[in-house]
Write a protein that binds this ligand. Structure first.
Ligand code: PRX
Length: 650
C-alpha cells in the first residue's frame, strides 16, 4: 500500500503534467499575467473579484488593515443568501438545478434555484417566527439533507449567524459549541442515515442542551419511526409542520454590512478547547466565489460534486456558498461511499453526469485499496476536472486518481487551505499551471504565501520551513469567537505581521510548495482535524486514567491514526476491556472520528526534566523509527519499555 507524504518520497518526485490543449481551449483563466498583476496590486484584484457579487450598496474602501485585524469592502452592503440564491432566480437560472440531492437509502430530490429560494424564504420566516434576530446564533446539527443548506441560507437571509456542528460529533462536543456560541435555537433531525445504520441526532441533542441557553429545537423528520426520538412539548417543534404554517411570500433579504459575521465554525487547535472561527459576509463570499471561477473553472453547464460533509469548512465553501454564488449545479450526497456497495460514488457520477469532482486523499487511498476495477466498470467520461483537499496527497494516490478516475484527461487541483482561510489558497489554476503529483503548486492570484525559517526569514528554493501567509486576504477569519487574544496569539503570535497556519512546507527549485502537514499538536485523521490535547482531555476525564499523551502516527489510508499512551491511576488494572472502554469514552466525549486506533498502557510517559511530554519520541516509537535524541529524558528507561510494548503489539 501507499505511504503518506514524507519529504523523502516528495523530493524524489519529478513527474510534471502540463494542462492539455483541450482544457486550455475552454479554461476560464488562461492569461498568466493575472499572477503578476494580482501580486502587484492585490486590492485592485480583489475589488475586481468582488464585482462578481451583487451589492445593494457598493463599497468604496477595499481594505483596512490593522494587523491582525482586516476589514474588506467595509462600507459595502449585500446579502449572502440573495447572492447565492435569489439573484439566480432573476438572472435566467430560475429553473436550473441548484442542488441535486441523493439520500443514502436511494431517495433523491432536485431543487431548482427557484425551489431552493422558496424553501429558504419559508425557513427565514420560520426563524423570525421563532424569535431569531440579526446577529443571533443558530446551531445546526443536521445530516446531509437539503434542510441543512436551506437552514444555513435562511440564517444568511435574516442576518443570523449559523454554527453548523458536524453530525458525527457527540452530545458533549455539541454542548461545548452551543455554550460557546451562546445559541438559543437549534435545528436538528430525528436521526440520520449512515452506512445503513442510524445516527441518533435528536437523542444527542436532548443530552447536549441540558444546562445550555437553547430554548427551542426544530426537528426535521428524516428517519421516521426507527429514530426513537421523543419530542418535548413546548420546546421541540417539527420542521415540516411549522414550515407549512409560514407565509408563502418572499422574504426580503436583510441588508448586511460586509463585515457582519456570516458564520462561526468550530475547529481544533493546540489546546483542549475548539476555536469558533468567525467568517465575515462579503470577504468570505468573495473568496469562495473567486475560487469557483479560478481554481474550479466553473461553467454554467457543470455538475459540481464536493464529497465533504457540510459540517466542515470544505462543505460550507464548496457545497454551499462557492458553487451557489456562482449559480452552479451541486450534487449533495447524504451517505457513505460504500453504501450499499463500493460502487456508490461512481454510480452518482454516472447518474448525474458529474463534471467536477472534489474529494479527500484519504478517500482516494480507500478507493485504491478497493481496486481500480470498481471505477473502471463505470462511465466517468463526464468528468473534466478533479480536486483534492484536506491533507497532503502522496504522489502514488495522485497518480492513481489521475489514471483511474481522470483517465489522464482531467487536471487535478490539489487545494491547500483551512477552516480559517475560508477558501482555497494554494492550488493550481488548471488552465495555466503545470502540476506535480504531491504538490499544491503555488498560491492562487491575490494570495501571498511564503516559506520561512523559525526566525521568519524566507527560505531559498530547495529548502523547507514554516508556511506563512504574508498579506491579508478577503476570506480570512476575522477572529476567534469570544477570544480575540487567542486569535492574535495563535495565528499572528509566531511571525510578526504574518499569518501562521501551523503547517510545514518545502519550497522546490521552481518555487512550488509541497505541504508537509501540521507542525503543531494537531492531527489530521482522514482529513479531519483533531487536537492531541482534545483527545488527551477526553482520556484523562475517565476515572481510570492518570495521564495521557496522544500523537498522530503515519497511516496508509487515514494519513494519520491516533495513538494514545496512557498511565492509569494507582490500583487500576489494565486490560483489553479497559482499552475498549477508554476508546469508547473518547467517542462519547468527542465523536467517532477521534477514536484512538491504539492505546498503550505505560507506567510512565517519556518526559524532559522540565516535565514536558516528549511527543516526538512517542511518534518515533509508534512509527518504528530509530529514536532521536533521548539525552534530555528524565528517565531514559521509559522509552525502552514502551518500544518493547509497541513491538509486541505488532
Ligand atoms: O494541515 C493542512 C491540511 O488541513 C489543515 C486544515 O484543516 P481544516 O481546517 O479542517 O480544513 C480542511 C479543509 C480545507 C491544514 O492546516 N490540509 C488541507 N488541505 C491540504 C492540507 N494539507 C496538504 N495539502 C492540502 N491540499
Amino acid at each position: 500500500m501507499t505511504e503518506p507524504n514524507n519529504l523523502d518520497t516528495l523530493l524524489k518526485e519529478n513527474r510534471t503534467f502540463e494542462p492539455s490543449a483541450a482544457f486550455i481551449a475552454q479554461a476560464t483563466v488562461t492569461d498568466e499575467s493575472v499572477y503578476q498583476s494580482a501580486s502587484e496590486d492585490p486590492q485592485a484584484y480583489w475589488a475586481q473579484q468582488a464585482s462578481y457579487l451583487s451589492w445593494s450598496k457598493p463599497f468604496s474602501t477595499i481594505l483596512e488593515w490593522d494587523p491582525p485585524h482586516a476589514k474588506w469592502f467595509s462600507d459595502g452592503v449585500l446579502n449572502v443568501a440573495y447572492n447565492t440564491v435569489d439573484r439566480h432566480r432573476e438572472n435566467g437560472r430560475k429553473n436550473k438545478a441548484a442542488i441535486i440531492w441523493e439520500g443514502e437509502p436511494g431517495d433523491s430530490k432536485i431543487l431548482t434555484y427557484d425551489m431552493l429560494g422558496r424553501e429558504v424564504d419559508k425557513a427565514a420566516h420560520m426563524l423570525i417566527h421563532l424569535g431569531v434576530k440579526k446577529g443571533d446564533r443558530v446551531v445546526i446539527y443536521l445530516p446531509m439533507i437539503p434542510e441543512l443548506p436551506i437552514s444555513m441560507l435562511a440564517c444568511a437571509k435574516i442576518g443570523a449567524i449559523h454554527t453548523v456542528v458536524f453530525g458525527g460529533f457527540s452530545a458533549s462536543s455539541l454542548k461545548d459549541r452551543i455554550i460557546d456560541a451562546d445559541a438559543r435555537l437549534l435545528i436538528t433531525a430525528d436521526a440520520g442515515f449512515r452506512r445503513g445504520g442510524i445516527v441518533p441526532l435528536k437523542q444527542n441533542v436532548d443530552q447536549a442542551i441540558i444546562d445550555t441557553p437553547i430554548e427551542k429545537v426544530v426537528v426535521v423528520q428524516r428517519v421516521g419511526a426507527d429514530a426513537h426520538s421523543t419530542m418535548i412539548d413546548g420546546r421541540d417543534l417539527l420542521w415540516h409542520k411549522l414550515i407549512e404554517t409560514m407565509p408563502k411570500t418572499p422574504f426580503a433579504p436583510e441588508p448586511m454590512h460586509a463585515e457582519d459575521t456570516l458564520f462561526i465554525l468550530y475547529t481544533s487547535g493546540t489546546t483542549g478547547k475548539p476555536k469558533g472561527i468567525v467568517h465575515s459576509s462579503a470577504g468570505y463570499l468573495v473568496g469562495a466565489n473567486t475560487s469557483m471561477r479560478t481554481v474550479f473553472d466553473i461553467k454554467d453547464d457543470d455538475v459540481f460534486w464536493c464529497t465533504a460533509d457540510i459540517g466542515w469548512i470544505t462543505g460550507h465553501t464548496y457545497l454551499v456558498y462557492g458553487p451557489l454564488s456562482a449559480g452552479a449545479t451541486v450534487v449533495m450526497y447524504e451517505g457513505a461511499p460504500d453504501a450499499p456497495d463500493r460502487h456508490r460514488f461512481w454510480n452518482i457520477i454516472e447518474k448525474y453526469g458529474v463534471s467536477i469532482f472534489y474529494t479527500a486523499p484519504t478517500s482516494i487511498r480507500t478507493f485504491m485499496k478497493w481496486g481500480h476495477d470498481i471505477p473502471q466498470s463505470h462511465d466517468l467520461s463526464t468528468l473534466r476536472l478533479m480536486g483534492t483537499v484536506g491533507e497532503p496527497i502522496n504522489p502514488e494516490a495522485w497518480m492513481w486518481y489521475h489514471e483511474h478516475i481522470g483517465h489522464g484527461r482531467c487536471p487535478i487541483v490539489d487545494t491547500w487551505w483551512q477552516t480559517e482561510t475560508g477558501c482555497a489558497m494554494i492550488a493550481p489554476l488548471p488552465g495555466l499551471i503545470k502540476t506535480k503529483p504531491g504538490s499544491a503548486t503555488k498560491a492562487v492570484p491575490g494570495i501571498a504565501v511564503d516559506v520561512v525559517d523559525d526566525n521568519g526569514t524566507p527560505v531559498t528554493p530547495g529548502h523547507g520551513g514554516n508556511l506563512v501567509i504574508t498579506k491579508p486576504w478577503p476570506s480570512m477569519l476575522r477572529t476567534v469567537w469570544g477570544d480575540d487574544e487567542r486569535f492574535r496569539k495563535t495565528y499572528f503570535g509566531q511571525f510578526s505581521g504574518m499569518y501562521f497556519p501551523g503547517d510545514g512546507a518545502h519550497l522546490d527549485e521552481e518555487k512550488y510548495i509541497w505541504i508537509l502537514g501540521r507542525i503543531d499538536d494537531v492531527m489530521n485523521v482522514s482529513g479531519h482535524r483533531i487536537g492531541t490535547m482534545e483527545v488527551e482531555s477526553a482520556l484523562v476525564d475517565h476515572p481510570a486514567v492518570a495521564e495521557a499523551a496522544v500523537i498522530g502516527r503515519a497511516h496508509d489510508v487515514k494519513g494519520q491514526a491516533i495513538t494514545a499512551f496512557v498511565t492509569v491511576r494507582d490500583g487500576v488494572k489494565t486490560s483489553p476491556e479497559l482499552m475498549t472502554e477508554l476508546k469508547n469514552h473518547v467517542v462519547v466525549k468527542i465523536g467517532a472520528m477521534a477514536r484512538p486506533e491504539e492505546i498503550l498502557f505505560t507506567a510512565e510517559l517519556p518526559k524532559t526534566r522540565s516535565a514536558k511530554i516528549m511527543r516526538r519520541l512517542l511518534r518515533d516509537i509508534a512509527e518504528g523509527r530509530a529514536l532521536g535524541d533521548t539525552t534530555t529524558l528524565a528517565d531514559p528507561s521509559v522509552v525502552d519499555s514502551l518500544k518493547l510494548q509497541y513491538q509486541d503489539k505488532e
